[in-house]
Design a protein around this ligand. Sequence first.
Ligand SMILES: [Zn+2]
Length: 233
Amino acid sequence: MSNLTKDVTFGHLKTIQLTKERLRLKKQIQNIAALKEDVASKEKLLSSKSKEQLAVVSTLQSQIKKMEKQNSALEQSSRQISTALRSMGSHGTGYYGLGFFVKPTTGWISSQFGSRRHPIFKRRINHNGTDFAAPSGTRIVAGDSGYIVVAGEKSQYRGYGKITIIDHGTNKNGVRVSSVYAHQSRILVREGEFVQQGQEIGWVGSTGYSTGPHLHFEVRHDGTPVDPMKYIK
Ligand SMILES: [Zn+2]
């Protein structure tokens, strides 16, 4: 082999090597670009997910605020009822009713009397009555006989919506008994009227602070709420 031939062959080999190297580099650049794209799209996904989570958190927070506001308004209305009942004049002596309550409406019990933790909001909530869930317009009857002392929509009992309160008089233990019917769609009685146990006094509704049609029923002893289910026969 002549020297010239050797040089040509060497030059050819060098060209092949360079081409290979170029290809390898090109491939590496492509890989890096692909990785960069991947990282960018993952970052985008993460930021949209955290935005979604932030939105969920702020929705929950505003729901909690709303619930707490409504709850404190209901409790304030409840305290106003206690005050009014404790200072209420009397229509007569003794007990006007039969001494027990009938179920004030049909439907199922959707919330019991008492204090509990809200399952989602983890807040303590006081419930001063028993809730009966029933379609709007379902009949409400007087739990026991007595005088209507409140009938209508009162600003001081705002959370209760359309409300009726019956005074049942003073029982043999010297306790003044009354019952409360809240969130009605319609009231069929007037203040001062005497109603008999089982008499229709209104319709179920969702007025005031209420999340759906139901009767919020309370029994009170000297103005203080007690568990209504203990007195319903
Ligand atoms: Zn209730």
